[in-house]
Design a protein around this ligand. Structure first.
Ligand SMILES: NC(=O)c1ccc[n+]([C@@H]2O[C@H](COP(=O)([O-])OP(=O)(O)OC[C@H]3O[C@@H](n4cnc5c(N)ncnc54)[C@H](OP(=O)(O)O)[C@@H]3O)[C@@H](O)[C@H]2O)c1
Length: 274
C-alpha cells in the first residue's frame, strides 16, 4: 500500500512495484479521478491487473479512520506500507481537525494511518513500513510551534514535518523490535515532481527553477524505494534513514529517545489515539 500514488514519486513507485511478480498494489489517494487515472496507467504499462485504489483524504483524521475501518473489515492482506504522500503549503491553512496542513498531511496522517493499520501488518509479517522523509528537515523540534502558531513559513513547516516523521520512524522501529515489522525512512533526493504546487510567488519560482535545473526524474528514486521495500538483504534492517539506497544520518535530535517519547505521546493525543 502506498499513499500519494497518483503523482510523482508515489506513482513511479507503484508502477515499479507492479512490475514485480505476484505484486498487489493499493494506492491510497484522495481524489477518485486521479486514482482511477493512475491505476489505469499502471495496469496498462505493466499488465498487472492487481492494482487498485482506496480513497482517503490525509488532511482529515475522520477520512483516515473511515478508510482504515473499512479496510480492516475487508481483511485484504498488506505487508508493505509506504507513507509517501506529502505537501508544501504557502500559507498557514488549518485542516478540518484544526491542524496546520503541512504538519497534518506529512506527519500526523502517517502517524495515525500506520497505527490504525499496524494489526493488518502484524497479521502479514514479515512486513515493512517506509516513511518518505527528506534531507530537507529541521535540526530541532519546537513543541510550541508544531502548528505554526507562533511563526510560519512554508519551508519551516515542511522541514519540521519531515523531522517529526523521522523521529516517529525511529521510535516506532523500537516499539516493533520483536514483531518482524521493520520501519525505515527514506530521502529520495531532489526530484522533478508536483510537490511545489502548494507554493506561490518566489517560493514556487525558486523551487520550480531549482527542480528543473537540478531535480532528478522520480523513476530513479522509485527504484531505490522499491529496493528498500523489497530487497532480501534489508529484511532485518530497521530504524534507519536512507538516502537513496545508502544508510545516512539525519539530524542528531532524531536519535533522542526522550524527544521520541514526547512526540509519540503528544501525537497520540493529537490523533485521538490515546
Ligand atoms: N520532490 C522532491 O524533491 C522531494 C524531496 C524529498 C522528499 N520528497 C517527498 O516525496 C514524497 C512524494 O512527493 P512528490 O515529490 O512525488 O510530490 P507530488 O508529485 O506532489 O505527490 C504528492 C502526492 O501526495 C498526495 N497528497 C497530497 N495531499 C494529500 C491528501 N490530503 N490526501 C491524500 N493524498 C495527498 C498527492 O495526491 P493528489 O494527486 O490527490 O494531489 C500526490 O499523490 C513527499 O512526501 C515529499 O515530501 C520529495
Amino acid at each position: 500500500m502506498i499513499t500519494g500514488g497518483t503523482s510523482g514519486l508515489g506513482k513511479a513507485t507503484a508502477l515499479s512495484l507492479a512490475k514485480l511478480p505476484s505484486s498487489h498494489i493499493i494506492i491510497l489517494g484522495r481524489d477518485r479521478n486521479r486514482c482511477e487515472a493512475a491505476v489505469s496507467d499502471i495496469i496498462q504499462a505493466t499488465g498487472n491487473k492487481l492494482v487498485e485504489y482506496r480513497l482517503a483524504d490525509l488532511s482529515s483524521q475522520a477520512s483516515i479512520r473511515s478508510f482504515a475501518s473499512k479496510f480492516r473489515d475487508e481483511l485484504t492482506p498488506i505487508n508493505i506500507l509506504i507513507n509517501n504522500a506529502g505537501v508544501m503549503c504557502q500559507k498557514r491553512i488549518l485542516t478540518v481537525d484544526g491542524y496546520e496542513l503541512t504538519f497534518a498531511v506529512n506527519y500526523l496522517a502517517p502517524f495515525l494511518l500506520t497505527n490504525l493499520l499496524i494489526d493488518s501488518l502484524k497479521n502479514n509479517t514479515p512486513a515493512r513500513i517506509i516513511n518518505v522523509a527528506s534531507d530537507f528537515h529541521s535540526d530541532r523540534i519546537d513543541f510550541d510551534n508544531l502548528n505554526g502558531e507562533k511563526s510560519f513559513s512554508p519551508f519551516k513547516a515542511y522541514k519540521l514535518s519531515k523531522l517529526a516523521l523521522i523521529i516517529f520512524s525511529f521510535h516506532l522501529s523500537k516499539k516493533l523490535l520483536n514483531t518482524e515489522i521493520t520501519v525505515n525512512c527514506f530521502h529520495p533526493g531532489f526530484l522533478k515532481t508536483n510537490i511545489s504546487r502548494g507554493l506561490s510567488g518566489v517560493y514556487k519560482f525558486g523551487f520550480k527553477t531549482a527542480s528543473f535545473l537540478f531535480g532528478k526524474n522520480p523513476e530513479k528514486a522509485a527504484s531505490d524505494l522499491v529496493y528498500l521495500a523489497t530487497s532480501p538483504e534489508l529484511s532485518n534492517v530497521t530504524g534507519k534513514y536512507f538516502k537513496g539506497r545508502v544508510e545516512a544520518k539525519p539530524a542528531a535530535v532524531a536519535y533522542d529517545i526522550q524527544i521520541g517519547e514526547r512526540l509519540w505521546d503528544l501525537s497520540l493525543k493529537l490523533t485521538g489515539l490515546s
